[in-house]
Write a protein that binds this ligand. Structure first.
Ligand code: UDP
Length: 247
């Protein structure tokens, strides 16, 4: 049975990284197509004003908290999220599990050259991983048709889509049926990290739940996006206060 909690109406599955990985493995052997989303607080805030995004998150088959803020916010639910499940870590765990199986993967997204560089790095790390293709995330309508055609022809089991949110969620939702993939995952900037273009925060930052601070220090241009973090905290607290008043 699927256990979910809601953070500002966005449903999150109550899973650890390990359990999320198992869930994806299960999807691979199940009938049908599955969508996996990895929202952080910024995306939760975006969904407050983007109904299409909110509905996609509600319709997804697995929604994991890719942000310590979401884990914090779950303290107000009966069931609590116990850990952050970063999209990057989930994907690494999946690669580990599928590398010796028939399952394959396609890398879609990132600046030109990044998905290819990411694929090369991942092949070094997981030599038996079947990466059947990839394409950058900057395309026009004509190229998009070709990308879809390729994905259909190559028939990967897993499609990783790194177009940034909410573009990737919308792209997956609109196009998954035009492919044969079993699982599509929105992975944000993961190809940048896989390729070495950007670095993951040092372990100490991750342990302290400060990966967002590291990203801000490294990419100060993210400040505007990060302004949503305090808004997220306020929105969660406000909702709690309203709930209490009602009772
Ligand atoms: N991106 C893309 N196509 C676009 C816009 C963005 O492929 O039209 C890629 C971009 O190159 C980057 C990723 O999407 O690799 C978004 O990265 P970001 O760190 O903003 O994502 P987050 O993990 O924060 O959602």
């Amino acid at each position: 049975m699927r256990e979910q909690i809601h953070v500002l109406d966005v449903p999150f599955d109550v899973v650890t990284l390990q359990q999320a990985t198992e869930r994806v493995k299960y999807f691979l052997n199940e009938e049908g197509q599955h969508i996996v989303c990895t929202p952080n607080p910024e995306i939760v805030m975006e969904a407050q004003k983007d109904e299409i995004l909110m509905n996609i998150l509600k319709a997804a088959d697995l929604v994991v908290p890719d942000g310590i803020g979401v884990v914090w916010a779950s303290r107000y639910s009966k069931k609590k999220l116990t850990e952050r499940v970063a999209g990057y870590d989930l994907v690494q765990n999946i690669f580990e599990k599928i590398q010796n199986t028939e399952h394959s993967v396609y890398f879609f997204g990132g600046a030109p050259g990044v998905s290819l560089a990411a694929a090369k790095k991942m092949k070094q790390k997981y030599p038996d991983l079947k990466i059947v293709g990839g394409h950058n995330g900057y395309f026009d309508e004509k190229e998009e048709k070709q990308i879809l055609h390729d994905i259909k022809k190559l028939s990967p089991s897993i499609l990783l889509v790194g177009l940034g949110a909410p573009k990737q969620e919308k792209w997956i939702y609109d196009n998954i049926r035009l492919t044969n993939v079993k699982v599509a995952i929105g992975v944000g900037g993961s190809f940048d990290v896989m390729s070495g273009k950007t670095k993951r925060a040092p372990a100490i930052f991750c342990k302290l739940g400060l990966e967002w601070l590291y990203r801000l220090l490294k990419q100060p241009a993210r400040i505007m996006r990060m302004m949503r973090l305090p808004k997220f905290v306020l929105a969660v607290l406000k909702k709690q206060i309203y709930k209490k008043i009602k009772i």
